[in-house]
Design a protein around this ligand. Structure first.
Ligand SMILES: Cc1cc2nc3c(=O)[nH]c(=O)nc-3n(C[C@H](O)[C@H](O)[C@H](O)COP(=O)(O)OP(=O)(O)OC[C@H]3O[C@@H](n4cnc5c(N)ncnc54)[C@H](O)[C@@H]3O)c2cc1C
Length: 406
């Protein structure tokens, strides 16, 4: 059932896919749960949205330009789930650090039958119809339909009894849309950690129905019920929203100051929105060679991300009228310091990456630039600044807030 889905890592391809999907957006609510070869009935925009080659605001505006709100409410609501998860993780970064610490420990600790079970799950050799197809489809295409992700995660955790953390790592290794917030928190949700007492149990009849008979595991193959997984409560961080430097209102620099832009793969449409009107003396889009290893990305994810960064760099260079600097580097922080000095920059500006691999790179760069007497000013898009603070509780109050804001 493996279908090759082409995700070209460019903004042009993202816009083309959005235009292609929009006529079907009104049928999304009725059809979204079906998992079909090619999955043309869902947007398949997630790799581009994750890199912000396309902005959430652009997708929502395009849907509402072609349809009434009631007709596309479900679709719009799903786009906002991405924002909700990101805002939630910003307020509880320990959900990310606990996971990153657990993965190598759990992987190294796998022995004997447990190790074989884990290897079979990743290779799609469990004998469970559907599950094996999705494992192979994920590795081959870098994408899975949402329902397949839910079933896969549930079977991984409750039927195969493998640690959810390693399932999330398998996804993060292969998903082109792999996102620290959406991936980690969705796995936690299936496992029952995200919403206390609420787990997601995959049922054979549900799989057969929504795959239109293509995948039909025997009912006895799947765990009939979940078991409880517990953890220490996650500490909540509050102060981050109050930092004015991240808001769109913060000035990038004083008059006449030479300012440079650090471009990274979490925001690759800098020619649109908050930073677009500012003057940049130079842009650096260096690729940190060690990020894939540190993040746990497979080769396809790393290649795709790097190519997307290249596409963003080309557009940023054309927009700001500068030559974009930076090839591959094994020390991004040192590269940015060197660049800033050579270019005579007083200040570097960047969209602040959210919790995840690019934030680690950014914070290391901030320290190194600071030590060299060069300020790094973090910016955040108004979309995030306005919405993240409301993502501290459940999705329902968040969504009500979005709707009330109009
Ligand atoms: C276990 C698990 C892991 C996941 N990991 C990721 C991940 O790493 N990255 C990721 O972007 N999504 C993740 N998702 C959410 C969701 O499955 C994908 O965003 C969606 O399948 C992408 O396909 P699409 O673009 O066709 O989505 P559509 O259904 O057409 O939705 C449009 C857009 O809305 C957003 N969206 C939709 N559903 C969700 C959701 N439940 N949570 C967050 N955003 C959503 C995505 O940006 C998506 O592109 C995960 C879900 C599960 C159950």
């Amino acid at each position: 059932m493996s279908h090759l889905i082409a995700f070209e890592p460019t903004r042009t391809a993202a816009q083309a896919r959005l235009a292609e999907f929009l006529p079907a957006a009104g049928r999304y609510a009725a059809e979204r749960n079906f998992v079909r070869p090619g999955n043309d009935h869902v947007a398949r925009l997630s790799p581009w949205l994750q890199k912000r080659l396309l902005l959430e605001s652009e997708v929502v505006a395009a849907a509402l330009a072609q349809w009434t709100f009631p007709a596309v409410e479900k679709f719009v609501q799903e786009v906002y789930w991405r924002t909700y998860w990101k805002g939630w993780l910003e307020q509880r970064p320990a959900a990310w650090t606990r996971w990153t610490e657990a993965v190598p420990r759990l992987r190294d600790g796998l022995r004997g039958e447990r190790r074989s079970a884990w290897e079979a799950a990743c290779a799609g050799r469990t004998g469970i119809a559907g599950f094996d197809d999705w494992a192979r489809e994920l590795v081959a295409t870098g994408y899975l339909h949402n329902h397949a992700r839910m079933w896969f995660a549930s079977i991984w955790i409750f039927t195969l009894r493998l640690p959810w953390e390693l399932g999330a790592a398998f996804f993060f290794e292969h998903l082109l849309d792999g996102d620290a917030a959406s991936n980690t928190l969705s796995w936690r949700w299936v496992a029952g950690l995200q919403t206390a007492g609420k787990t997601y149990v995959a049922r054979a009849d549900n799989i057969a129905h929504y795959t239109e008979g293509r995948c039909a595991p025997a009912a006895g193959q799947l765990a009939p019920a979940a078991f409880a997984i517990t953890e220490e409560p996650l500490p909540k961080v509050a102060a981050w929203t109050e930092d004015g430097l991240w808001s769109a209102a913060a000035a990038a620099g004083g008059a006449g100051e030479r300012v440079g832009l650090w471009l990274h793969a979490e925001d690759l449409a800098v020619e649109v929105g908050e930073l677009a009107g500012e003057k940049m003396a130079s842009v650096n889009a260096a690729w940190p060679t060690g990020i894939a290893g540190r993040a746990g990305w497979g080769e396809s994810v790393a290649d795709w991300t790097r190519a997307a960064l290249g596409d963003g760099a080309t557009r940023a260079g054309a927009h700001f009228g500068v030559v974009v600097m930076g090839g591959a580097t094994d020390d991004l922080a040192a590269e940015l310091v060197e660049w800033a000095k050579t270019q005579g920059l007083r200040r570097v500006v960047a969209y602040r990456p959210c919790i995840g691999p690019w934030l680690d790179e950014g914070l290391a760069a901030e320290r190194a630039l600071g030590a060299a007497g060069i300020a790094l000013t973090w910016r955040r898009r108004a979309w995030d600044t306005e919405l993240f603070p409301h993502a501290g509780r459940g999705y329902f109050p968040f969504w009500e807030r979005v709707k009330a804001a109009g």
